[in-house]
Design a protein around this ligand. Structure first.
Ligand SMILES: [Zn+2]
Length: 283
């Protein structure tokens, strides 16, 4: 088998690819939040990882490729405040959130087909994995890295950082992060501005809401779905985790912290990030 070298974002080095359990390879790539039509920028990531997928298969590996669809929990400003992107579209279009997701999912699949990409082995939806996400949040709480305030559960970044360095993937230091953290509504109840939501308490009139140990009406935070679904389908540790460069922080950094916080294992051996599609220097 020809050797394959991968630039690992985690080590910032080109490394020889050695799967954990050859000939099997597990690869997870963060998929889209389907609240609008897929655009070329989305496609760039999936086309890049299609090449990785095909090349791994060409080398003879048996690949399980998991690429999720985010259908709940992704808020407008990519943080812990604002409307859920899909819930907002559903209200605007007078539709069920699932109708919105279904509508854009069909368009997304059609475009991926036009670009001649191979489908993933599993395409899990966040709303289909609420119990798994709740279970993971419970484990993180049991380990002392999360706390509940009025039905909102936050990841305690500072506490975690005492035991495990936070920011390894993005190469950020915890003190530098304070300068980047915007002062947003709802942060007053967090113990620390860097803490991020694992579970959100939402008003009763919300369409997408679930019962949890923290209240009758809540929904998962954005980052926890990928930790829960990658673990479910690829195991505690798998080979490759990919996504667009813009997901490296905070999304992927949070994923690493959540997995280590829950099961003391870093999820992926190799982290791969595709760059942004730019036109005349603009995203
Ligand atoms: Zn993700």
């Amino acid at each position: 088998m020809n050797p394959l070298y991968i630039y690992n974002s985690l080590s910032r080095q080109k490394e020889k690819f050695e799967p954990l359990h050859p000939p099997f390879v597990g690869m997870y790539v963060c998929g889209p939040t389907l609240y609008s039509e897929a655009h070329l920028g989305n496609l760039r990531t999936y086309v890049s990882f299609d090449i990785v997928h095909r090349y791994l298969k060409f080398l003879g590996y048996k690949v399980r490729y998991v690429r999720n669809i985010t259908d709940v929990g992704h808020l407008e400003n990519d943080g812990d405040t604002g409307d859920d992107k899909i819930e907002k579209q559903a209200k605007l279009q007078h539709k069920e959130p699932m109708e919105v997701v279904e509508q854009y999912k069909q368009g997304y699949h059609k475009i991926l087909e036009l670009f001649n990409t191979l489908p993933p082995s599993i395409e899990p939806l966040a709303t289909g994995h609420i119990p798994e996400q709740i279970e993971m949040v419970e484990k993180i709480m049991e380990n002392g890295y999360a706390y509940d305030v009025n039905g909102n559960v936050y990841f305690n970044v500072r506490k975690y950082n005492e035991d495990h360095p936070y920011g390894q993937l993005s190469g950020r230091k915890i003190d530098e992060l304070y300068n980047e953290t915007r002062d947003l509504d709802g942060q007053q109840e967090k113990r620390d501005a860097l803490d991020f939501a694992l579970w959100k308490n939402v008003p009763k009139e919300h369409i997408m809401k679930w019962k949890s140990p923290w209240g009758n009406s809540g929904c998962p935070g954005w980052h926890i779905e990928c930790s829960a679904m990658s673990q479910k389908y690829l195991g505690d540790e798998f080979d490759i985790h990919g996504g667009g460069m813009d997901l490296k922080f905070p999304h992927h950094e949070a994923e690493i912290a959540q997995s280590i916080g829950a099961i003391k294992k870093s999820p992926a051996k190799y982290w791969m990030h595709g760059n942004m599609l730019t036109f005349e220097g603009v995203k």
